[in-house]
Design a protein around this ligand. Structure first.
Ligand SMILES: *Cc1c(COP(=O)(O)O)cnc(C)c1O
Length: 417
């Protein structure tokens, strides 16, 4: 297979490739790429929002966990290192990119699992209210978990039919809120469109209606600054394997506003959530604070990798990462206007950079086939139903020239049809 050709060498009308190279030369974050394992420098990887690249530091860190902590120190590594990891990794993410004071965040289980525990706890914390509000464009696992939690409580989902490009609006949220709503759960950045929800206003409205807010930050953590404390968000979750580059299946973070620690009672009463877990007492007594929101033994390999990836992003600073994300997506949209729109593509993301995360959606009726053909041409992005070609721009590893080559390849494939 001829990899990484993209649009290399072809200057397309009005948009010289040299401009992308100039943008890369001026990029203050351009050295970050050298801190990742890049097997094929010509591969145009626009899928870091599904699986972030491998940081070099993670290779050494995971080797250490395997060879020294597991291989040599065996079970003593639990006390020496591993028991502290969920809280330590949580605090790193909380302080550097969630806008969350200490004592409210842990990293331990998948986003799906964390969503279940928190949404279920929220419903039980609002007795008499049986409705969960979410939107039709929310990520599948979020929709399904919330459906299941509502069904188990004899409740229901009140769906916001959100705009596929702009995401759920505050007016739609206002119309869905009533005194039967226990919980509102929204994604901070939409997984398809990258639309950003005004989480502060949405949380205010939710609170005025007497409900709780659960914010999914999978597509914002590590790409868009988050201010959970300031916005008054009650609960949040977010992946570490996307923009935090924690590796496949690395565990998610879970945040609970401290005022709610004693009020929420997640349904999984695991031993890691018990006060004095190593006393192994006869009955469950929830630990105070965030340890009380843990479940069972987390994957320490995944946790260590998640911590390493988060450390790398935190080192560059979320504001710098955000600025690069805006510049990359702005450039992608410029190229879209010039090269893709004339070929019948539609933009599936908000044009206002303040309302857009770090990926861009290009819509095309032949999207699925085009994504397949792009892969054969060395350009990796992904397809999302019904017609979305999703180009993810990881600020630490994606170059402007990747954006150029990716869009140019897409244009020439579409032109050929
Ligand atoms: C990626 C993603 C998930 C993934 O959940 P897992 O439990 O890790 O499979 C969930 N929600 C959103 C919004 C996502 O973007």
């Amino acid at each position: 297979m001829d990899r990484g050709r993209g649009g290399e060498g072809h200057d397309l009308s009005g948009q010289p490739r040299s401009r992308a190279l100039e943008l890369d030369a001026r990029d203050g974050l351009s050295d970050a790429r050298s801190r990742f394992a890049i097997a094929d420098d010509r591969l145009v990887y626009l899928d870091g929002n599904s699986l972030g690249r491998l940081p070099l530091a993670t290779v050494g860190r995971v080797r250490k966990v395997v060879e020294e902590q597991w291989g040599v120190d065996l079970i003593s590594s639990f006390e020496r290192e591993w028991v502290a990891l969920p809280v330590r990794a949580g605090e790193l993410i909380a302080g550097s990119m969630l806008g969350a004071a200490a004592g409210q965040t842990v990293v331990a289980d998948s986003t799906t699992n964390c969503l279940y525990r928190l949404s279920s706890a929220a419903l039980h914390a609002r007795p008499g209210r049986r409705v969960i509000v979410t939107d039709t464009e929310n990520f599948p696992t979020d929709r399904y978990v919330l459906e299941g939690v509502a069904a188990a409580a004899g409740g229901e989902i009140r769906w916001i039919e959100s705009d596929p490009v702009e995401g759920p609006s505050l007016d739609q949220l206002a119309a869905a809120l009533a005194d039967d709503v226990a919980l509102v759960s929204l994604s901070h950045v939409g997984y398809k469109s990258a639309a950003i929800v005004d989480a502060r206003s949405a949380t205010d409205m939710t609170h005025r209606a007497g409900a709780l807010m659960l914010l999914d930050c999978c597509h914002s953590v590590g790409s868009v600054p988050i201010a959970l404390d300031e916005w008054g968000v009650d609960m949040a979750v977010g992946c570490t394997y996307k923009y935090l580059c924690g590796g496949p299946g690395s565990p998610a973070f879970l945040y609970v506003r401290s005022a709610l620690h004693d009020e929420l009672d997640p349904p999984v009463w695991g031993w890691w959530a018990r006060a004095e877990m190593f006393e192994m007492g006869p009955l469950f007594v929830r630990a105070k604070g965030m340890p009380g929101f843990l479940g069972g033994t987390p994957s320490m390999l995944g946790l260590a990798a998640a911590e390493e990836g988060a450390r790398l992003v935190a080192g560059y600073g979320i504001e710098a990462v955000r600025q690069k994300g805006i510049a990359l997506t702005q450039y992608a949209i410029e190229l879209f206007d010039e090269l893709l729109e004339p070929l019948g593509f539609a933009l599936g993301s908000p044009r206002d950079p303040a309302r857009r995360g770090a990926h861009v959606a290009f819509c095309h009726a032949d999207g699925k086939r085009l994504v397949f053909e792009l892969a054969a041409a060395g350009v990796v992005c992904d397809f999302r139903m019904p017609d979305v070609i999703r180009a993810g721009m990881s600020p630490l590893t994606t170059r402007f020239v990747d954006v150029y080559d990716g869009v140019a390849a897409l244009a020439s494939l579409a032109e050929r049809r």
